[in-house]
Ligand binder design. Structure first.
Ligand code: UD1
Length: 419
């Protein structure tokens, strides 16, 4: 298995370009299942999760081609409605095929994703929503099956804000009979991006980006071409890297409007930010200030940036309190950061106090999930000596060429390929 070796100490300087958003690309690629014909998307990042979704679509009979950043999917041959365990277990977002398949094919069978490293992550909201739209749901032998000759519009009130459930049901509702209202819907930029693509296909969606989304069903959708929005979490990760190393970095081709919570939290740490139309320049502070963080659904502080900020706050003067409200068990990076000398105390499984002022020292560490892996790389950038991050396949799920991009900013980092 590949490893990444980081030698800390250098402040990052220069420019870095942000790739297309993983979390926007996944549902948008899946939305191709709603049409019969050839769709194409540009600015699709080269990531393991994108590979997994391409495989899944191919498994269903779609023809999928990639040329550079453009992915073309021909769904005219889709004839299978099953997402097998082997593909779903690699990536939970595979559950997103459930809604579109029932909507277009009348039937879907998807392996239950099960637990994962960052908690239980149930799919009850996806299933309840489809049931409210008239689908018959059965759970059998580790698979969920959904069936409906044609879904019917319904009013669905989510009791938790869920990005995936909002996306799944929004896609399903485009082809349902009548009107669907999704209440307490997620408001993430990725939801707006997906709604934009669906509307370009001919769907009638209003209110995406607000807590109430109204979808008026149509009888069919048409193929489109669209571009994927920039990845706000990748951008945020480079911004934190710049700030914590005391560097000066321009993060280019990003969407600052999608990152307001990240930008204001970085400013609180003492970093100086210049925000342009599609770039952010970050100049790190002389000494990072301690700040408190509470994760929340968009537009709140993203859970996907929690681990990276924790790495930065090990360098702060004073203590910071981080509260994770979205996922249970999302502090698995803490024990690895502690092995590098960080002073962090976790209470319950949702509050971490980072004591700060820590001189970290390089160590062999283990990546445990996607964002945790990024936090270990960031810690390595300021640690004394060499940090070896093992199990980097987690990182490859969500960061395109991270080591090359960091090298471009002057970091001493390399990938050791497994022999
Ligand atoms: C998406 C993102 C992920 C991000 C997360 C929260 C993708 C591919 N992944 O994940 O990077 O960290 O949003 O911003 O876009 N829940 C239920 N029942 C359900 C569904 C969710 O209880 O049926 C709970 C979850 O356990 C969690 C919360 O709702 O506590 C939010 O999860 P959700 O927004 O659904 O996350 P994902 O869509 O899986």
């Amino acid at each position: 298995m590949d490893k990444i070796v980081v030698n800390g100490g250098a402040p990052l300087r220069g420019k870095v370009t942000v790739s297309g958003s993983k979390n926007a690309a996944l549902p948008i690629l899946v939305s191709s299942l709603l049409v019969s014909g050839k769709v194409s998307f540009t600015n699709v990042p080269h990531l393991m999760d994108i590979q997994s979704i391409k495989k899944l679509l191919a498994e269903m009979g779609a023809e999928v081609h990639r040329k550079e950043d453009k992915v073309t999917i021909d769904t005219s041959g889709v004839n299978k409605v099953e997402a097998p365990y082997d593909l779903v277990r690699k990536m939970r977002a595979s559950i997103l095929v459930l809604g579109p398949l029932v909507a277009r094919m009348g039937k879907a069978k998807v392996s239950l994703p099960g637990g994962c490293a960052i908690g239980d992550r149930p799919i009850d909201l996806h299933l309840k929503g489809l049931e409210a739209m008239g689908a018959k749901i059965t759970l059998d032998h580790g698979y969920v099956e959904a069936e409906a000759p044609r879904l019917k519009g319904a009013r669905i009130v989510f009791d938790t804000v869920s990005v995936g459930a909002t996306e799944n049901l929004m896609m399903a509702a485009t082809l349902a009979e009548g009107k669907t209202i999704l209440s307490n819907a997620a408001r993430e930029p990725e939801i707006i991006a997906l709604a934009g693509v669906l509307n370009a296909m001919g769907a009638k969606i209003e209110g995406a980006g607000s807590p109430e989304i109204t979808i008026t069903g149509v009888s069919s959708l048409a193929p489109v071409e669209a571009a994927i929005i920039p990845d706000r979490i990748e951008a945020g990760t480079f911004m934190v890297a710049a700030a914590m190393t005391g560097g000066d970095v321009v993060v280019e081709r990003c969407e600052p409007r999608h990152m307001e919570a990240i930008i204001s939290k970085l400013e609180e740490t003492g970093a100086t930010l210049t925000v342009g139309e599609n770039f952010v320049r970050v100049v790190g502070p002389e000494k990072v200030k301690n700040v408190d963080i509470r994760t929340a659904p968009y537009p709140g502080f993203p859970t996907d940036m929690q681990a990276q900020f924790m790495a930065m706050l090990t360098q702060a003067k004073g203590a910071s309190v981080i509260q994770e409200t979205i996922f249970e068990n999302r502090f698995i990076h803490v024990s690895e950061l502690k092995r590098m000398g960080a002073h962090i105390v976790v209470k319950g499984n949702d509050v971490a106090t980072v004591k700060g002022n820590g001189g970290l020292s390089g160590a062999p560490v283990m990546a445990s999930d996607l964002r945790a892996s990024a936090s270990l790389i960031l810690a390595g950038l300021v640690a004394d000596g060499e940090t070896v991050v093992n199990r980097v396949y987690h990182l490859d799920r969500g960061y395109e060429h991270i080591e090359a991009k960091l090298q471009g900013l002057g970091a001493t980092i390399e990938r050791l390929h497994a022999s």
